[in-house]
Ligand binder design. Structure first.
Ligand code: SAH
Ligand code: SF4
Length: 371
């Protein structure tokens, strides 16, 4: 019966070894299998020629390979590629590949929807359905890597197409901790994707206790979505701030810096016209982050239907950036990629069966000005 078959995409390296041990198989067999799946893209036991036939037969009666089905696959004029993936029961998630000259970055989703409900985010506006499983998270990388290799006409054993991963798609990754961390273990494993910790970035809206846990379990590069320099404004833009206010968040950032791959945190700041983009806001931001080694990434707001918000003027973004730069903060303005296919930051909407009924409950609120 299909239901009882184990999905081998749900296993991180340690769990796969434990599973193989339960089948009386040696750990190196698990590593061999992992290389077939994640390095060569083979998910057919029959083709795994260096595994003994009895083992292949044993596995084929107990296990299978399941990743989300591709519903649509679009490529933008700038080369950005977006897949819409079916995760069942009316939910669909999005994965985005952003090619650049020296790297290829994959933006991965961690939840169907998001319960944090940031005011400027189209995923948040849709509400929350459920956490993704590990197979659905690592399955996005597997699907993208091997589809890209195929469309580029490259060989199975060639260097990776996806060189960097950002956990910046739909969802709050730290609210789905174990499947996200299990997937990242595979991303870093030399018998799977072999990415370095500095090439895997997790972006969080600031789940303080989980930031500490990530720091002790798997300190990958960390991006923190700040968006406001004071609690009053951040409470409105990122409602999670009411639970973990800025003082606690800055404390968690300071602790994380100790273990961060290159010794700094990236702060993301979405530029919203007339809301968080004044020179006074920039100066408050400098003061707020003074003690945290950090880089700033200013993200021009990407509009979506019904947001009621506008992106800051270019000149205002430049002025804001100048204040940070003059205070000695490394600051970049993020280039918008893939907006012709709605693949830019915050435009990922997928299809979510909202269980939280945020929108109906009128929780998609107003932002006070002048804070
Ligand atoms: N939930 C995580 C990761 C996903 S969002 C987080 O919030 O960090 C990835 C980034 O896109 C975050 O910095 C988020 O604030 C930003 N973002 C969300 N909506 C946006 C929009 N409409 N325009 C620009 N950036 C947006
Ligand atoms: Fe969730 Fe991140 Fe969107 Fe906020 S910005 S609603 S945390 S996905």
């Amino acid at each position: 019966m299909t239901e009882s078959l184990k999905n081998l995409f749900d296993y991180d390296p340690d769990r796969l070894i434990a599973y193989f041990e339960s089948l009386n198989e040696k750990p190196f067999r698990a590593r061999q299998l992992q290389r077939w799946i994640h390095q060569i893209g083979v998910v057919d036991f029959g083709s795994m020629t260096d595994l003994a036939k009895p083992l292949r037969e044993k596995l084929s009666t107990r296990a299978e390979f399941r990743v989300p089905r591709v519903i649509t696959d679009h490529t933008s004029i700038d080369g950005t590629r977006k897949w819409l993936l079916d995760v069942g029961q009316g939910n669909a998630i999005e994965t985005v590949y952003i090619p650049e000259e020296t790297r290829g970055t994959l933006c991965i989703s961690s939840q169907a929807g998001c319960a944090v409900n940031c005011r400027f985010c189209s995923t948040g506006k849709q509400g929350f359905s459920r956490n993704l499983t590990m197979g659905e998270i690592i399955g996005q990388l597997w699907m993208a890597e091997f589809s890209l290799r195929k469309s580029l006409g490259s060989h199975a054993r060639q260097p990776r197409v996806v060189t960097n991963v950002v956990m910046m798609g739909m969802g709050e990754p730290l609210l789905n901790f174990e499947p996200v961390v299990g997937s990242m273990h595979l991303m870093l494993d030399d018998n799977a994707y072999g990415l370095s910790r500095r090439r895997v970035t997790l972006s969080t809206s600031g789940v303080v206790p989980m930031m500490d846990r990530l720091g002790s379990e798997l300190p990958v590069a960390l991006a923190v979505s700040l968006h406001a320099p004071n609690d009053l404004l951040r409470d409105c833009l990122v409602p999670l701030n009411k639970k973990y206010p800025l003082r606690e968040l800055m404390g968690a950032c300071t602790r994380y810096v100790e273990v961060a791959p290159r010794g700094f945190i990236t702060f993301e700041y979405c530029m919203l016209d007339g809301i968080n983009d004044s020179e006074a806001h920039a100066r408050q931001l400098v003061a707020l982050t003074r003690d945290v080694p950090s880089k700033f990434n200013l993200i021009p707001f990407n509009p979506f239907p019904g947001s009621g918000l506008l992106c800051s003027q270019d000149s205002q973004i430049r002025r804001f950036s100048q204040i940070l730069l003059e205070a000695g903060l490394v600051t970049t303005i993020r280039k918008t990629r893939g907006d012709d296919i709605d693949a830019a930051c915050g435009q990922l909407a997928g299809e979510v069966q909202d269980r939280t009924r945020l929108v109906q409950r009128g929780k998609f609120g107003q932002i006070p000005l002048d804070v």
